[in-house]
Write a protein of this length. Structure first.
Length: 189
């Protein structure tokens, strides 16, 4: 009886397999992006962040950031991009193992890892945005007050309107997390 109440159902196990698939798929999509629009760039410029690389018009953005004394955006400035795919892959593997073991106690641990990892990811992104926006060179041609772009939302930097957005990859991870929570409700007793 004890083992019976702590075991996940087959349907719950299948939800965890679906969660695993979403986590793996997230590796192939952007997780976050920032769009810059100004009169001279009405079509907008992008910085797109994947789990393993930066994409978008990075060179143009870096050229503009030079004028306000901001450090260049580059993959070497974000060491997380070199190991994040392995952490996400490990999370996917743990999710699949949880699906195979079908133990609620293991699921609780997995959910805890998701929450901790998500919190650390948000902290890391905020820290990076703060570092880039507040460590402006005093020798820059254009003087600006330090700023911290939002993780999600709008901001004005000089004559640029910026919009920060979550990418498809982040939404896939969020959907994967929701799939982890459903068995807690479904198999409650």
């Amino acid at each position: 009886m004890k083992g019976k109440t702590k075991k996940l159902s087959v349907v719950s196990s299948l939800l965890l397999v679906a969660s695993t698939i979403l986590i793996v798929l997230s590796l192939f999509f952007p997780w976050w992006k920032m769009v810059f629009v100004a009169p001279q760039y009405p079509e907008g410029l992008n910085i797109i962040v994947y789990p393993n690389k930066l994409d978008g018009q990075i060179d143009i953005v870096n050229g503009l950031n030079h004028y306000i004394g901001m450090a260049n955006f580059s993959e070497k400035n974000f060491p997380e991009l070199s190991y994040l795919p392995y952490l996400v892959g490990g999370l996917a593997a743990l999710t699949l193992i949880t699906a195979l073991l079908r133990k609620k106690s293991v699921l609780y641990g997995l959910i805890s890892l998701f929450v901790i990892g998500g919190g650390l990811g948000i902290y890391d992104l905020h820290h990076a945005l703060k570092k880039f926006g507040t460590n402006l060179s005093p020798e820059a041609p254009i003087k600006m007050d330090p700023f911290v772009p939002p993780i999600i939302g709008h901001n004005t930097i000089a004559n640029f309107q910026t919009t920060s957005l979550l990418g498809i990859g982040t939404y896939l991870v969020m959907a994967a997390f929701i799939l982890l929570l459903i068995p807690l409700w479904k198999d409650r007793k």
